[in-house]
Ligand binder design. Structure first.
Ligand code: MSP
Length: 634
């Protein structure tokens, strides 16, 4: 286990509103921090805003504001979003704060006095949005190597940092520290970049051209280059130059999380700046990929920018956090679509974990007076399989945090939860109750509840609010739990009283928002030619059972609420002798959707389900794998 954990996000430009890319890095940092805090590792999580430079100045001019007004207005949008997304950062640094400015100036002075900074004439090409200078060779195409925009020619005196002197040292350092830049292909990218001679870095801008920056302590006519100012936030926030104790407590950072587009600044400029300032290197710069929309980069002009506020409002913060963490393999690009979001939500959250919780608690309420039962028998193979799957998920999650493959850890937890649902199907606690097999029934319900206790605790860093709600339902929300206890099977106390039950993740049924058009599918079905005229009139669709209850005085009947995509319906089915209501929730079945509504025992039934009878048994017709509710059956 680590002795401390210090993670940073890039500090975001305040020229525009936050988007999903910003939200992603910040949620990732939050999940990592919460996980380490849960493990008892002292942790510090820093984020903030990059408020100087040309970009912000131009945005301010466009908005008719001063740069400071622009920054003050936009920073609130970031801070509000972080609050909304349950971001638990320990500090938020703004580069316009006095505490930061002082550190930048102290360090600049130190470098200047050491002879690491010198003044010279610059005559060359410049990219305004990236604020980067280019040599004649790199500027041949007339466009920026980073963003592809047109370069501008400028000629002026400036201050330079002797970056080139450290090129060999940096190559050696990266080679000797394989974990310094991750993933490995990004490390190779930096090493590739370092094969070309490295120039010195221009670190000033004359105030006559740009006055929105930190003034150089040794020349009042200049301000600092925005990247020189920005990178220092990682050390200024934790006390560098003014609180040595704090600085030694947190620095070096465990991870600088960045997007792949700011690799050079973080893996070339930053280590060399630190080396020249005699400050130790961060442990790891981790570059993640990009969120794409329709396989292309998000861009305001294309109009495909995903607004994280809207997503969180529409589907809930926890689900949004879960989706981002589960969907992206850290390092690679990932496509964002609302359709993919809904599919994952329905499969992993509504169907797997939500279903396990509602079944388990309903059964405990019905058969154990709402208290966690005890294990009343020697566990056999079925119990061992479930326990093994849960314990495996714990170690895979821990590994995935260490290897920065959170998606894999979450997948392992998903596997354990599905295993618990399978276990219930196999043990059939609703039948055990009927047959009065109490020992096995209680053991089964304990195993299901214990799976929920462990998995919900492990998922808490990703879904902090929903997992607390889950624990409230299990009656264990108020317990102070040590990480070692979370990991240990059997810590759930028998006799614990369940809390109020809740539907954690209601299914998203509004499929109209999906590109997949159920109606069109149904029309296609209607239009297809079938020989038997009558049969062609029958409309069979896939439905999901969302509620099921017995009907008083009718022991063969169950009243079901089903979801058929565009609507929810009630049907009455004669299956009560074969299926317990709790066992049906979440199941996908096939129903006749165009049957004339009828009243059965005075209760309206709007459709009919299909089942196969074999001997005296009845088997519901279900679908293989997940289908969209409302899909037609042909
Ligand atoms: N201010 C600099 C960082 C200075 S750090 C000392 C900056 N700011 S930014 O606001 O433009 O970008 C911040 C981060 O957002 C970058 O890591 C960038 O890679 C990331 N993203 C921007 N668009 C993104 C996606 N579409 N997907 C994922 N992350 C992306 O750069």
């Amino acid at each position: 286990m680590k002795s401390k954990f210090y993670v940073t996000t890039p500090i975001y430009y305040v020229n525009d509103a936050p988007h999903i890319g910003h939200a992603y890095t910040t949620i990732l940092a939050d999940v990592l921090t919460r996980f380490h805090r849960m493990q008892g590792v002292p942790s510090f999580f820093l984020t903030g805003t990059d408020e100087h430079g040309q970009k912000v100045k131009r945005a301010a001019e466009k908005a008719g504001l001063t740069p400071k007004e622009q920054a003050d207005k936009t920073v609130v949008r970031f801070q509000k979003l972080w609050e909304k997304l349950y971001i638990s950062n320990d500090d938020f640094i703004r580069t316009t704060e006095e505490r930061h400015i002082k550190v930048v100036q102290t360090l600049l002075k130190r470098l200047y006095d050491k002879g690491e900074i010198y003044k010279s004439e610059y005559d060359g090409w410049y990219c305004v949005p990236c604020e980067r200078f280019f040599t004649e060779r790199d500027a041949q195409a007339g466009t920026c190597l980073e963003c592809g925009r047109k370069l501008e020619k400028i000629k002026e005196s400036n201050y330079f940092f002797r970056m080139s002197a450290y090129q060999e040292w940096l190559i050696q350092y990266i080679k000797e520290h394989p974990g310094f830049i991750l993933p490995e292909y990004r490390r190779n990218e930096t090493l590739g970049f370092l094969q070309k001679p490295l120039g010195d870095l221009c670190i000033s801008r004359p105030k006559t051209r740009l006055d929105w920056g930190i003034e150089l302590p040794f020349d009042k006519d200049y301000v600092t280059y925005v990247w020189f100012d920005a990178l220092i936030n990682y050390i200024s926030a934790v006390g560098c130059c003014y609180d040595e104790e704090k600085f030694h407590k947190w620095w070096p950072a465990t991870y600088h999380l960045i997007g792949k587009d700011i690799l050079t600044t973080h893996t070339v400029y930053w280590p060399i700046m630190l080396k020249a300032m005699d400050i130790p290197m961060p442990e790891c710069v981790f570059a993640h990929g990009w969120w794409l929309v329709g396989e292309s980069k998000m861009s305001k002009s294309v109009g495909n920018v995903v607004n994280p506020m809207e997503m969180a409002d529409k589907y809930g913060v926890d689900a949004f956090r879960y989706f981002l963490m589960a969907e992206m393999s850290l390092g690679q690009d990932c496509n964002f679509s609302e359709e993919a979001f809904i599919r994952r939500y329905n499969a992993d959250l509504a169907n797997d974990i939500g279903n396990l919780l509602s079944r388990t608690t309903k059964l405990i309420y019905s058969h154990c007076d709402g208290c966690i039962p005890a294990v009343e028998m020697q566990p056999v193979e079925e119990e061992e399989i479930l326990k093994k799957s849960v314990l495996e998920a714990i170690s895979l999650l821990e590994e995935s945090i260490d290897n920065m493959r959170i998606d894999q850890g979450l997948a392992a937890i998903g596997t354990a939860i599905r295993e618990a649902n399978r276990y219930l199907e196999k043990r059939q606690p609703w039948t055990l109750a009927k047959e009065n097999k109490k020992n096995l029934l209680h053991t089964t319900l304990y195993y299901a509840a214990e799976t929920l206790r462990i998995t919900s605790s492990l998922l808490e860093p990703v879904m902090p609010k929903k997992m607390i709600e889950l624990k409230q339902t299990l009656g264990i929300a108020n317990e102070e739990i040590k990480y070692e206890d979370i990991k240990q099977w059997g810590k759930l106390k028998a006799g614990t009283k369940l809390g109020k039950s809740t539907i954690l993740f209601p299914r998203i049924t509004n499929m109209a928002e999906l590109k997949y058009d159920v109606h069109k599918e149904q029309e296609k079905c209607d239009a297809s030619y079938i020989t038997y005229e009558e049969f062609s009139k029958v409309k069979l669709v896939v439905a999901r059972i969302i509620e099921a209850e017995r009907i008083a005085g009718a022991d063969k009947l169950l009243k079901l609420k089903i979801d058929i995509g565009n609507e929810q319906r009630q049907i009455v089915a004669g299956i009560a002798l074969h299926y317990a209501p709790e066992a049906l929730i979440g199941k996908q079945i096939v129903v006749v959707a165009n049957l004339k509504p009828a009243k059965i025992r005075g209760i309206e039934s709007n459709g009919m389900l299909l089942a196969a009878s074999s001997g005296d048994k009845l088997h519901l017709i279900t679908v293989d794998g997940e289908a969209i509710s409302g899909s037609s059956v042909r």
